[in-house]
Design a protein around this ligand. Sequence first.
Ligand code: ZN
Length: 316
Amino acid sequence: MKSLIKGIHHITAIAGNPQKNIDFYSGILGLRLVKKTINFDAPDVYHFYFGDEAGSPGTIFTTFPFDGARKGTKGTGELTYTAFSVPLNALDYWIERLSKFDVTVSTKLDRFGEKYIRFEDHDGMGIELIATNKDNRKGWTYGQVPQEHAILGFYGATLNLKAKDLTEKLLTEFMNYRFLGEENGRYRYGTEGKPGDVIDIVVDSQGRQGIQSAGTVHHIAFRTDNDDTQKEIQQVLLDNGYHVTEVKDRNYFKSIYFREPGGVLFEVATDEPGFAIDEDMDKLGELIKLPEWAEPNRDKIESKLAKVELKLKDYA
Ligand code: ZN
């Protein structure tokens, strides 16, 4: 089968306070705020995109920040941990940095022969940093994190499910994933087994259903090259009984959505056209960008959005 899916495109979470969200992901973690736009389905809420310099597919963590939203809970039917890769010797640096900003962080843990650390943002969002020498992406920081310790992009994600078989079938038969191994009840899948495409399934048959709200993931998007490959994968999914949406134009990519059998919302997003279509590369994230259909209402929309800024000096 042709490689229609090439790993993770982006992961989108629900957050609380928008300023705190920027402070955490750009300030503390050093990810570039590549786009400030609105939730196309709820225009009075921001949609922030954090990633590497260009917001390359495989690096983009995105958030819908609802100020005052109550916290969700981790549980089954959810993507519970988003893992980023960092250079092999970066974990001591990150433990110190996270502690400095009062983020409670684990000691170094082991998984599949690699070391990692685990922590949560102020909303309870589960994040892991995995030390690897297999990731040669460049990463980004604004300078407050030394380049040699920079977050390089996604490593992968953990799905917490009541059962794995139907999700495994979806991944391995229709989404170009293959089974890579099992360790302590954690089942690992990859397209090529490289950082940025890893999906782990942790089975928790008695677990409680997660509650989606601030601090939980809304959906995970997988990469496909372009409109044509997206149509192909859409057809494959439809032919095999998955309820896939029509193609939605998200301005920076096109998207189709469907719920995987374990309850997690999946998306397939195109690599094209990317985040530089409405802002110069060196100005990404500076202004609030709106899709064309929302421009006539810009004043009204902006009046409902809280003022936010990059406060990098506070996170030196
Ligand atoms: Zn998405």
